[in-house]
Structure formats: C-alpha cells, structure tokens
Design a protein around this ligand. Structure first.
Ligand SMILES: Nc1nc2c(c(=O)[nH]1)N[C@H]1C(S)=C(S)[C@@H](COP(=O)(O)O)O[C@H]1N2
Ligand SMILES: [Mo]
Length: 198
C-alpha cells in the first residue's frame, strides 16, 4: 500500500515545518466545554477504540488523495471527556499553536471524522501531520489540522489560520476540477459539494 509520500501528496506547513516530533511523548489535550477535560498521551490514545475509514483528503488547492486512515473517532473522544450541550464547535490546534481551525460539532460527530495516526497502515510522519492529525474528509483539507496538540470544545466559532486569510469558514468542498493523486494527478471533476467521490 502506498504512503502519502509515495502518492506525491503536497506537504503543507503554512506556519513552518515543526521538525522532528516524538511520537512516544505526544500529548493531546481536550479542553473547554466538557465535564472531564483530559490530556491523552500517545500510549493512551492507542488504547482507545480504534477506527479505520477509507476517505479522501481534498485541498482547496485542488488535489485529492484517498486511502485507509486509522485513528480515534472524534465522537469517541467527545464521549470520554463528556462534552457539554454548550459545545457547538471543535477548535484544533497544531504543534506550536500558530495554526488552528474549527469545525461544527455536527461534522465532528460524523462517522469518518477522526484524530488519525496512520495512512494505509503506516504511521503518519511529521511531514503529513504525525503523530496525530485531524482527518475531516467532509471539508476542505485546511480543516484537517496537522500534528494536533489541543482540541478546544467551543461555544462559538472562531476563524482559524486560513479562514482569517480568506478561505471559507464552512470549508465546504466546492465542485470543480481536482487532481486525483491516486491516479497520478489526473484531473477529475468534483460534481457535488461535500465529501469527494470520483
Ligand atoms: N498545522 C497545519 N495543518 C495543516 C496545514 C498547515 O499548513 N499547517 N495545511 C492544511 C491544508 S491547507 C491541507 S490541504 C492539509 C494538507 O495536508 P498534508 O500537508 O498532509 O498534505 O493540511 C491542513 N492542515
Ligand atoms: Mo489545502
């Protein structure tokens, strides 16, 4: 099975590449509108119920890559911290806390929305957002924050790194041409808004 690198997936680090990150020492905090805010270590994350989904990461710069993503469903994490009814958005923070992005709770609760650590059965490298990243196939890739250190359960929406720079707050995938990285970059067409199916 191919890795993201094998598929020539572009590497985006708008805030600068973080360098090497220690998987064994990784911690993801979940804070905000919940009963039990918690810090999940890498080892603890691996003990949670795991989820495998086939899905596409699709960039607003019009490329899309498909594979098998493994991780923890966001709904599982929200259950563990006992999200409160006041939680309406999830705000992801990447390592260094310069890059953030937020998604509505309804999208976070969808089946394929996860905190992912593998693509096609290989751990994600730093280039592609390892040790763990958001994977939200329903929205443009800028909502899939890489190397996540914090998830804030929010009552209200705050525009993130790219949203403040002009990308839409909704992140809704819009129809149009798109390079399919699984077909050597062949240009295909996104016919309908939402999760990409070629
Ligand atoms: N921390 C961080 N996360 C990020 C980005 C970024 O620049 N920094 N770019 C986003 C965008 S625009 C896309 S399309 C995807 C790309 O993921 P990749 O770099 O693994 O291909 O990551 C998203 N997450
Ligand atoms: Mo993107």
């Amino acid at each position: 099975m191919k890795t993201l690198a094998d598929l020539n997936t572009p590497i985006f680090w708008a805030e600068g590449h973080p360098g090497s990150l220690e998987r064994d020492k990784w911690v993801v905090s979940v804070i905000g509108n919940c009963v039990n805010p918690q810090q999940f270590t890498w080892q603890e994350l691996l003990k949670l119920p795991q989820k495998e989904v086939r899905g596409r990461l699709t960039s607003v710069t019009r490329w899309s890559v498909e594979g098998l993503w493994t991780g923890i469903a966001l709904s599982t994490m929200l259950g563990i911290v006992e999200m409160l009814p006041t939680c309406k958005y999830l705000r992801f923070w990447s390592v260094g806390e310069i890059y953030d992005t937020s998604i509505p709770l309804e999208i976070a609760l969808k089946e394929k929305s996860m905190l992912a650590y593998s693509f096609n059965k290989e751990y994600l490298t730093e280039d592609y957002g390892g040790p763990v990243r958001a994977f939200i196939p329903y929205l443009w890739g800028y909502k899939s924050a890489k190397s996540v250190v914090k998830i804030e359960l929010m009552e209200y929406y705050i525009p993130g790194f790219w949203e403040k720079r002009g990308y839409t707050d909704s992140g809704e995938i819009e129809p149009g041409p798109c390079r399919d990285l699984n077909a050597e970059g062949e240009i295909k067409y996104i016919k309908e808004p939402g999760e990409v199916q070629f």
